[in-house]
Design a binder for this molecule. Structure first.
Ligand code: DAH
Length: 344
C-alpha cells in the first residue's frame, strides 16, 4: 500500500527527472528565448521554484536525498543560463557591430582643380631651373598695376570697361582688382636686389563679358629673370625650355613682335600643341630701363606672363572657358582622370 508521503516523494522525484530532461533539451537561440528559458526554469513562479514548494511536503527523513537532487537541478539550470547568456551576447556583439559582409560607405575624396594641377606643373618646371615662387595681392593700387608699368593715364586698359575698380580717388589713386600679374613684378623689383629668378602665379580680373573664349577671372603665371648679362636669347631659351617641358621635346615656339607699355622689345609667344596646333601662350619682353631704373634696377630684366586657363582647357580636352568653373563635377572628374592618365 502506497501512502500519501510516498506518493509525494515519487511525484517530486519524477518531476525532477522530467525537468532535468527538459533542461538538457532546451536550446534558446537568441536573447528573447533565453529570457523565456530563465522565466520557465529559474523564475519566481518557474518549474524549479514550484518543486521547492512541493519539497516541503516530502517527509523529513527523505528530504536529504531529494534536496540534493533538487539543488543539483537548480545549479545546473543556473549554470546553463550563464553559459548561454555569455554565448548569445557575444554573438549579438559580433553580428551587430562587426557585420563583415556589409558594404562600406564610399568616401568622396577631394581632389585638385584642373587649374591647380596645371599651375603646380608650371611651378615645378620653373623650379627645376632655379626659379622661386612669389605672390602679390589681388587687390592692387593704380601704381603697381598701371603707373609703374608705364601705362599712360589715358591708356584704354585703365578704362572702366576693363578694370574692376574698388575705390576711385584722385588724391590717393585708384584701388582695383589687378588686371595682370605684372603688378607683382613691380613689387618684387621694389623690394629685392638682382639677381632675381622668380615666378608668380595668380588670379587676375578684367571686366569682360563671360563667353567660351573670355572670362572676367583668369589665371596667369608671371616670370622675372633679372641678372647682369641676360639677353633676349635667354628669354627665348626659357620660353622654349618651358614649351618642351610641357608638350615634349619636339615642341616649337613662335615669337611675334607685339606691344606692351613696359617692355621693349615686346613679344607675343605662341606654342605648337602636338594635336591642337598653334596657340598664344602670353606676352613677354625686356623691361624698358625708364621703368626699371626708378625701381633701383640697373641690369636687364626679362619678363613674361603666361595665361594658364587655355592650357588647363587643352589638358582636359575642353574648349569652353566656362567649364573650368562648372559645377558639373562628374564631367570634370572624368576629364581630370583622363588628364592624369596622360601625364602618368
Ligand atoms: N601683362 C601682360 C598681359 O596681361 C602680359 C605680359 C607681357 C607680361 C609682357 C610680361 C611681359 O611680363 O613682359 O597681357
Amino acid at each position: 500500500m502506497i501512502n500519501f508521503a510516498t506518493e509525494i516523494l515519487i511525484e517530486v522525484t519524477e518531476k525532477i527527472f522530467k525537468i532535468k530532461e527538459e533542461l538538457g533539451k532546451a536550446q534558446p537561440e537568441n536573447i528573447q528565448q533565453l529570457e523565456e528559458f530563465r522565466i520557465y526554469f529559474l523564475g519566481k513562479k518557474g518549474v524549479i521554484q514550484e518543486l521547492f514548494t512541493d519539497f516541503k511536503s516530502v517527509e523529513p527523513d527523505k528530504r536529504k536525498e531529494v534536496g540534493m537532487l533538487l539543488n543539483e537541478l537548480k545549479k545546473s539550470a543556473e549554470n546553463k543560463f550563464e553559459e548561454l547568456k555569455k554565448a548569445l551576447t557575444a554573438e549579438t556583439h559580433t553580428s551587430q557591430l562587426l557585420d563583415l559582409t556589409r558594404p562600406v560607405d564610399l568616401i568622396n575624396l577631394g581632389s585638385r582643380h584642373p587649374l591647380s594641377i596645371v599651375r603646380n606643373e608650371i611651378i615645378r618646371i620653373f623650379q627645376r631651373v632655379g626659379f622661386i615662387v612669389n605672390e602679390g595681392p589681388e587687390i592692387e593700387d593704380d601704381w603697381h598695376n598701371f603707373t609703374a608699368l608705364n601705362f599712360p593715364p589715358e591708356h584704354p586698359a585703365r578704362d572702366m570697361q576693363d578694370t574692376f575698380f574698388i575705390e576711385k580717388s584722385e588724391e590717393k589713386g585708384d584701388i582695383a582688382l589687378r588686371t595682370h600679374t605684372s603688378s607683382v613684378q613691380v613689387r618684387i623689383m621694389e623690394s629685392n636686389k638682382p639677381p632675381i629668378r622668380s615666378i608668380f602665379p595668380g588670379r587676375v580680373f578684367r571686366n569682360e563679358a563671360i563667353s567660351a573664349r573670355a572670362h572676367c577671372i583668369f589665371h596667369q603665371v608671371e616670370g622675372l629673370y633679372i641678372d647682369k648679362n641676360v639677353s633676349f636669347a635667354d628669354l627665348k631659351q626659357i620660353l622654349l625650355y618651358f614649351a618642351k617641358e610641357v608638350f615634349g621635346a619636339n615642341t616649337k615656339i613662335r615669337l611675334r613682335p607685339s606691344y606692351f607699355p613696359f617692355t621693349e622689345p615686346s613679344i607675343e609667344v605662341h606654342i605648337k600643341h602636338p594635336v591642337l596646333g598653334w596657340f598664344e601662350l602670353g606676352g613677354a619682353g625686356i623691361f624698358r630701363p625708364e621703368v626699371t631704373e626708378p625701381l633701383g634696377v640697373r641690369v636687364p630684366v626679362l619678363a613674361w606672363g603666361i595665361g594658364i586657363d587655355r592650357m588647363a582647357l587643352m589638358a582636359l580636352g575642353l574648349n569652353d572657358l566656362r567649364e573650368l568653373f562648372s559645377y558639373d563635377i562628374e564631367n570634370v572628374r572624368l576629364r581630370r582622370t583622363m588628364m592624369r592618365g596622360n601625364h602618368a
